[in-house]
Design a protein around this ligand. Structure first.
Ligand code: PMP
Length: 405
């Protein structure tokens, strides 16, 4: 028996995606930058994927920059925008991020902080949510970038992205007006427009990611969370965002990200986005919501000392994070693994000096509570049967661990 309940870590490549990718490893192996027919065939496939992605996010094709995944896309976005701000003589640019960002955002920001950038963290409440008022209060004339993730990968909390985007847009409009009024020749654009970036890696399968509707200037996502391949993702960066490259070479992707295009990966990424439109929102969401309810009902009725982390009403239903009193999550994860069940814990954390999840810490859990927390994440193939088996095995394993104490 095996049950995979770790879809927030990665998903399998779906059959439709795999089939679409396969020819591009062998028969259609061309380099998309080559001028001959082999290259042209590859370029056509890349263009098709770009078109699908453009329609999904409501952006332009040349605003899409393919990368090796969301980690690289986040690095490019943050470092590239700061590099550009510095070249426009904004001496101490400021970045605002939430307390619960993915390490690829936090660690990049810390690196930039070491290079003279001001970094400010926006606190989240016990539900794992930032507030628009707090953000507005932190924005000042040096702020060049706000980066707030759409959905948190540990607790599933959904940020009010559209409201945050709207507030930033209003501040930009007011600043533009003031700048133009103060300027004698009335030409040019204000040098420090605030860019609103969101890491939408965990959101895109389920939530509205229209960039204009959400007032988003830059967005990152990854293939392997949406039944696409690993090692491919993208940064979408609106044309008016000033950004400089961090990888140099042959000038691919409009000079923003050099390197031979990962054609099979891009084809797979495009197909996985195409499949979201066809199959998921909102059908998958309802199914997964029902499964979450069933799982929560089962584990709560079996054990009285289970506490849900975060607020389920304000989170995506595929991510369920809970703690079990007096149980070490690492031991539990290993014991479940031995029974063929894959889940994850929030206990490993490489950020700052914390030895447990910075996300669980940010929503108010102490070290013991965080170290007894596990994350179960459901996917489109998860079934009621699996939920029933999981609850039964979880109970068995917990009793086992308790007896061993
Ligand atoms: N951001 C978030 C929210 C994620 O969940 C992940 C993957 N855990 C990443 C970024 C990094 O994505 P990738 O594996 O494509 O580098």
């Amino acid at each position: 028996m095996s049950i995979y309940f770790d879809h927030a870590a990665t998903t399998p490549v779906s059959e439709s995606v795999l089939n679409k990718m396969l020819p591009f490893f062998s028969a259609k192996f061309g380099n998309a930058s080559s001028v001959h027919n082999f290259g042209h065939e590859a370029l056509l496939a890349v263009d098709e994927a770009r078109g699908t992605i453009k329609n999904f996010f409501n952006c332009e094709v040349d605003e899409i920059v393919f990368t090796s995944g969301a980690t690289e896309a986040n690095n490019l976005c943050l470092s590239g925008i700061i590099k550009s701000a510095k070249s426009r003589e904004i001496e101490v640019p400021k970045i605002i991020i939430s307390d619960i960002e993915h390490p690829s955002v936090i660690e990049t920001c810390k690196e930039l902080e070491g290079q003279g950038v001001t970094l400010e963290y926006l606190k989240v409440n016990k539900d794992g949510l930032v507030s628009v008022e707090d953000l507005v209060a932190k924005i000042d004339e040096n702020t060049v970038l706000v980066s707030i993730m759409y959905v948190n990968n540990e607790i599933g909390s959904i940020q009010p992205i559209r409201e945050l985007g709207k507030a930033i847009k209003k501040i930009n409009e007011n600043n533009d007006k003031a700048w133009r009024q103060a300027k004698v020749d009335k030409r040019g654009t204000r040098p420090n427009k605030i860019v609103f970036h969101t890491d939408a890696t965990q959101a895109i399968r389920y939530l509205n990611c229209d960039m204009d509707w959400n007032y988003i200037d830059a967005l990152t996502f990854s293939g392997h969370k949406i039944y696409g391949p690993k090692g491919i993702g993208a940064l979408i960066c609106k044309a008016n965002v000033e950004i400089e490259p961090i990888i140099f070479g042959g000038g691919q992707e409009g000079g923003k990200r050099s390197g031979t295009l990962n054609v099979p990966g891009i084809v797979g990424l495009g197909k996985s986005i195409d499949d979201i439109k066809k199959f998921s929102q909102p059908m998958d969401l309802k199914k997964i919501e029902d499964l979450r309810q069933s799982l929560v009902d089962k584990i709560s009725s079996e054990f009285f000392d289970i506490v849900l982390n975060g607020n389920y009403e304000k989170a995506l239903p595929n991510i369920i994070n809970f703690r079990i009193k007096n149980i070490n999550a690492e031991s539990l994860m290993i014991a479940l693994d031995m029974k063929g069940i894959g889940i994850s814990t929030g206990s490993a954390c490489s950020l700052s000096k914390l030895t447990y999840s910075h996300v669980l810490n940010a929503i108010g859990l102490n070290a013991d509570e965080a170290r007894s927390s596990i994350r179960v994440s459901l996917g489109n193939a998860s079934t009621e049967d699996e939920v029933t088996q999981f609850a039964a095995i979880l109970k068995e394993v917990i009793l086992q661990i308790k007896n061993l104490k």
